[in-house]
Design a protein around this ligand. Structure first.
Ligand SMILES: NC(=O)c1ccc[n+]([C@@H]2O[C@H](COP(=O)([O-])OP(=O)(O)OC[C@H]3O[C@@H](n4cnc5c(N)ncnc54)[C@H](OP(=O)(O)O)[C@@H]3O)[C@@H](O)[C@H]2O)c1
Length: 332
């Protein structure tokens, strides 16, 4: 077990966009070391190693998994390969932090969790919003009843993609599509503040060539409340969220998946709270990994295996509602 004084040694699988941002934040976390990075391309791995001051680089993911120096592997590849690399990493004795979504469907997620239980290795989906200080403050406020009974939640996540057809964002074989890539955040917000919906309505607009969902709208129906959720690759219309209760309303400041404060509207007055996050916002989930590993836990209590299974199960339901399946699922 890692002691409080030992460094926690990280290895990265995939040297793409998010891996670079994550490396920036890893450097800010006490006792974190970027021990090795792996790319499918040796030169790309070497450049990433130099840029982010990693100790080693590999031109093959499996070579990194075999490195006995590494404690925890961060998986930053397209969604379709998350289950494969998470399972292989744990079977090689590594803890795992895997980018969201942890898999393309609940069936794969169950396989990952089963391996964590069998090997006793820590596994967490990198749902970084759960560890953001504003999100934590808002969740506590709601749990204390400050908003009264929740009745309404709105969240949207949009950006205009200029990615090529073969990119992970648009290519169905890589898990492309708005729901899994960004719709996961509005769904996360509703699930983590209001629980599992009783009923889900959903509708999508599909890419004419690749068939991935370019827009996805969802209504989560609860006993006494509704969440209206939207994601899209077609506009820059916002990444915003608000929550309406019988006694008050909350609006997140900045992009709601990485908020930097909130406004509370209650009794006819508005109060603004600024709550900065550290680095680019990934430091908080990294610290959670360290805490869990040091305590010998296989999962986080804040974003548990059950939470990941529930959320991917909700996204399975959304995809069933709009009629979206991935090629791998058709072979099942
Ligand atoms: N938490 C967040 O805020 C956040 C933000 C963005 C993305 N993400 C998640 O992180 C994951 C990666 O996203 P990204 O934006 O970093 O994507 P990206 O820039 O395309 O990088 C993905 C990397 O995966 C590796 N890879 C392995 N097999 C691949 C294949 N068949 N095709 C393409 N790349 C392949 C490549 O690394 P090598 O060439 O080095 O092998 C590639 O650079 C996604 O699951 C996404 O949902 C999370």
């Amino acid at each position: 077990m890692n002691t409080n004084n030992s460094r926690i040694k990280w290895g990265f699988i995939g040297c793409g966009n998010i891996a670079g941002k994550f490396a920036h934040d890893l450097a800010l976390v006490h006792k974190a070391e970027l021990t090795a990075v792996a790319s499918r391309n040796k030169e790309k791995a070497k450049n990433f190693q130099i840029n982010h001051k990693a100790k080693k680089s590999y031109g093959d993911y499996k070579e990194l998994l075999a490195d006995p120096d590494i404690d925890i592997v961060y998986i930053a590849t397209p969604h379709n390969s998350h289950a494969k690399w998470s399972i292989l990493a744990m079977e090689q004795g590594k803890h795992v932090l895997c980018e969201k979504p942890l898999s393309i469907n609940k069936k794969e997620a169950e396989e990952i969790i089963a391996v964590s239980k069998r090997t006793g290795k820590f596994f967490m989906e990198a749902l970084w919003t759960r560890f953001n200080p504003t999100f934590i403050a808002v969740k506590e406020l709601i749990e204390k009843g400050e908003l009264g009974a929740l009745k309404y939640l709105f969240a949207d996540f949009t950006f205009k993609s200029d990615k090529p057809l073969k990119s992970r964002v648009l290519d169905l074989s890589l898990g492309g599509g708005a729901t899994l890539d960004i719709g996961i955040y509005p769904a996360f917000l509703s699930y983590s503040l209001m629980g599992k919906p009783e009923k889900i309505l959903a509708s999508a607009v599909f890419h004419k060539i690749t068939g991935c969902d370019m827009q996805s709208s969802m209504i989560f129906k609860y006993n006494d409340a509704q969440a209206v959720l939207y994601s899209s690759f077609e506009t820059y219309s916002g990444i915003s969220a608000k929550i309406g209760g019988t006694e008050g309303t909350i609006r997140f400041h900045g992009s709601f998946h990485v908020p930097e404060g909130y406004t509370l509207i209650k009794n006819g007055t508005e109060k603004n709270f600024k709550i900065p996050f550290k680095g680019l916002g990934f430091t908080h989930e990294i610290e959670e990994c360290h805490n869990c590993i040091r305590k010998g836990q296989t999962e986080s209590k804040k974003w548990s295996h059950r939470n990941s299974l529930d959320l991917i199960g909700i996204l399975d339901q959304v995809r069933a509602e709009v009629g979206l399946t991935y090629p791998q699922e058709e072979q099942d």
